[in-house]
Design a protein around this ligand. Structure first.
Ligand code: UD1
Ligand code: CA
Length: 459
């Protein structure tokens, strides 16, 4: 069992987001801010993970409810970061080891950085280790005050003297603490400062006065500890996550025509020699094979696109699969559980739902095919509708291999069109069509000679 414990602070209001939703639930790069933090923390395989919640605690807890083994500590009211960590004490009582403290609004932090922090902390036997960074603009951050090179205190921006304000080494707000002295010392923090809050960074001075070892780990890339306090910063973080993912994909042989407008989630896989055009969104667990082409304006969620498939402009594809060499679009909607078989085609303003289209079959124009199994080499004419819903129940349609459905046909499910059968245009098919048969349901055409001339005379 690991003796590393993680506490994530997420009780603050996030006033500058100007949002009805809690700040840590805002999303960037496919996950909420706090999910990014939890994913980074997972690498430590913590024995305990506690999220300190306060502002809109129910919503944060509900959003993270699916994650097993999370503890939620309620901080009410929010009296500062020192007070926030104190609320986690009941979850850590009787434990030993290291507490890693994270902020729910710092989503770019990497697992490797956390491992290095814990490594330094434990090998040096420190009571506290602070993750720090040097930045061009330290305004707003706590400054690292050093004496003879060693960290002596952290001074908050609002409490800093002019000389301290010039310090460019800042506190990331991320720390490792030895559990043993932690909660006792937290209780000795006061709130006599510019903000009247219990500052967690005050622990540094308290520990140094008690002769306890405090270490620092300096980050190479200060962007990693960027916090999100506003929509502007949320967009900045999203852009960094996008660039990181897109650079990985391009290095692995994927062409991004415009990397600035390709939004590809962190878990998405794309094969070499696939070309992705502008304004494409690939989300969730989507996997795209090699040699595919995804044209502009496409959104694909939790779907699999096999090698050589082409998605033409402006399609929405959710929880579906395209077989090798399939072609869909432009303007196609594939709703969940649709499968477009090898070299099959779905085009122009067609919608599929819970439908399997066999190898080489086509639904090329203006059709709705739902709850349907379509065999191989079937041609479905323009404007074909499966009437799969009677207002209460959904029913299945089966169209067997090689069948031909004439344009403007309604197939009233449950119904089967047999192998190689033909359905005449404009039919309403209520009964099964045997293999090899022709079904026509439209009435016989009647022409009334001279009708137009007669109508004119009546006027
Ligand atoms: C904090 C640090 C500062 C550091 C900076 C890094 C303090 C006093 N200052 O400042 O040294 O440079 O982070 O970003 O710690 N929170 C609670 N309960 C509270 C107060 C805050 O849970 O009562 C949470 C917030 O939701 C947030 C985190 O703690 O996730 C940091 O709080 P915030 O108010 O943003 O601290 P900063 O002023 O940024
Ligand atoms: Ca902050």
């Amino acid at each position: 069992m690991s003796d590393t414990h993680v506490v994530i602070l997420a009780a603050g209001k996030g006033t500058r987001m100007k949002s009805a939703a809690p700040k840590v639930l805002h999303r960037a790069g496919g996950y909420s801010l706090i999910e990014h933090v939890l994913r980074a923390a997972d690498a430590l395989e913590p024995a305990t993970t506690v999220v300190v919640v306060g502002h809109q605690s129910e919503r944060v807890e509900a959003a993270l409810g699916k994650r097993l083994g999370l503890g939620f500590a309620l901080q009410q009211p929010q009296l500062g970061t020192g007070h926030a960590l104190l609320q986690a004490e009941p979850f850590l009582a009787g434990r030993s080891g290291t507490v890693v403290l994270l902020s729910g609004d710092v989503p770019l932090l990497r697992s490797d950085t956390l491992r290095a922090l814990v490594q330094t902390h434990t090998t040096r036997g420190a009571a506290a280790t602070v993750l720090t960074a040097r930045v061009d603009r330290p305004q707003g951050y706590g400054r690292i005050v050093r004496e003879q090179g060693r960290i002596a205190a952290i001074v908050e921006d609002k409490d800093a003297s002019p000389a301290e304000r010039d310090i460019d080494e800042i506190n990331s707000g991320i720390y490792a603490f030895a559990l043993e002295p932690l909660f006792g010392a937290l209780k000795s923090i006061g709130a006599a400062n510019a903000q009247g809050e219990y500052y967690l960074p005050d622990l540094v001075k308290i520990y140094r006065e008690r002769g306890l070892a405090v270490e620092t780990v300096l980050l190479d890339d200060a962007r990693e500890i960027m916090g999100v306090n506003s929509r502007r910063e949320l967009a900045d973080v999203a852009a960094i996550l996008r660039t990181t993912k897109n650079d990985e994909l391009m290095a692995a042989g994927v062409t991004l025509v415009d990397p600035a407008s390709a939004w590809i989630g962190p878990d998405v896989v794309v094969g070499a020699d696939t070309v992705i055009h502008p304004n494409v969104y690939l989300e969730g667990s989507t996997r795209v094979g090699s040699g595919c082409e995804i044209h502009a304006g496409v959104r694909i969620v939790d779907s699999t696109i096999d090698d050589g498939a082409v998605v033409n402009n402006y399609c929405v594809i959710t929880e579906s699969r395209l077989g090798p060499g399939a072609l869909v679009g432009p303007f196609v909607h594939l709703r969940p559980q649709s499968v477009v078989g090898e070299a099959a085609k779905v085009g122009n303003f067609s919608e599929l739902k819970k439908t399997t289209l066999g190898k080489g079959s086509k639904v090329n124009h203006l059709s709705y095919i739902g709850d349907t199994t379509v065999g191989e080499k079937v041609n479905i004419g323009a404007g074909t509708i499966t009437c799969n819903y009677d207002g209460t129940h959904k029913a299945q349609t089966i169209i067997e291999d090689g069948a031909f459905i004439g344009s403007d046909t309604q197939l009233i499910a449950p119904v089967t069109v047999g192998k190689g059968a033909y359905v005449g245009s404009g039919s309403t098919i209520r009964e099964n069509v045997p293999p090899g048969a022709l079904a026509v349901s439209a009435g016989k055409q009647r022409n009334i000679d001279g009708w137009v001339e007669q109508k004119k005379k009546k006027k």
